[in-house]
Design a protein around this ligand. Structure first.
Ligand code: MG
Length: 251
């Protein structure tokens, strides 16, 4: 009897070990380093919704809906560490977005703990949403699907065109929102095309789902979403933003 029981136990599938953060890190191949040309700053077109024009945070809130508490000074928006992510009061479907950011010249730390923020193309509130990574990736090694220009833990950038700390850099993004059937199943995935400092880093990439730090991404049905900027928990100096605008596409 005991031997029968032992045989049954041996045939049963072993328990699946919980996934670790490093299970979804990709370290090779490293994207080629590309030197970007002159800074790419694009003033908002006439039909853009201006999310930050250097004056105030009227378009932004904390995740709980209270006023955003990041710092606005001399036309620049800077993360106030520990005050949490900020997200747009408006919700968006598909859009074109422009944003400029600056890693401070006195940045410290290494890997993911060096100038980490993030542009969440849609913040679902469930997990993190869909993150286009912001990080100091100028001579700062990390997993390639976690460096600047990556869709975090999904797709490395096609190139590394980052500038040295202290210089302004730009993102231009086309976000095609995912669509869902009435039963909540995925009808069409999210697509991301992104330029970092004018260099293509994501080419109409079909996302696998919401960004996860641990585990495999998956979709969960949602409608229009806020856009979010990350207050990352690492101790390095906070990063700054300016000239953020968005143009809705087809809605
Ligand atoms: Mg980040």
């Amino acid at each position: 009897m005991l031997s029968v029981l032992a045989a049954i136990l041996m045939q049963s599938a072993p328990a699946t070990a919980p996934m670790r953060p490093e299970d979804t890190e990709q370290w090779t191949p490293e994207p080629p380093v590309v030197t970007p040309l002159a800074a790419v700053t694009v003033p908002p077109p006439s039909d853009a919704v201006v999310l930050f024009d250097g004056k105030d945070l009227a378009q932004w809130a904390s995740e709980d809906g209270s006023p955003a508490r990041w710092t606005v000074k001399d036309g620049v928006l800077t993360v106030a560490k520990g005050t949490g992510d900020i997200q747009t009061r408006r919700r968006f479907g598909s859009y074109q977005l422009h944003l400029e950011y600056r890693i401070p010249a006195n940045i410290t730390g290494s890997g993911q703990a060096r100038g980490n923020s993030g542009l969440f193309l849609g913040a679902t509130g469930r997990y993190m949403g869909y993150e286009l990574q912001i990080l100091d990736s100028y001579r700062n090694k990390t997993y390639v699907n976690g460096q600047a220009g990556s869709i975090y833990k999904q797709f490395p950038p096609l190139a590394n065109p980052t500038r040295p700390p202290g210089e302004w850099q730009s993102y231009d993004v086309v976000w095609t929102a995912p669509t869902f059937a009435s039963d909540g199943s995925l009808r069409s995935p999210a697509y991301v095309t992104a330029f970092l400092n004018g260099v293509l880093v994501q080419d109409h990439e079909a996302l696998r789902g919401e960004t996860l730090y641990i585990g495999k991404p998956a979709y969960h049905a949602h409608g229009a979403l806020p856009i979010k900027l990350q207050d990352h928990g690492d101790p390095s100096e906070p990063i700054s933003f300016r000239n953020i605008w968005v143009r809705a596409i087809g809605n």
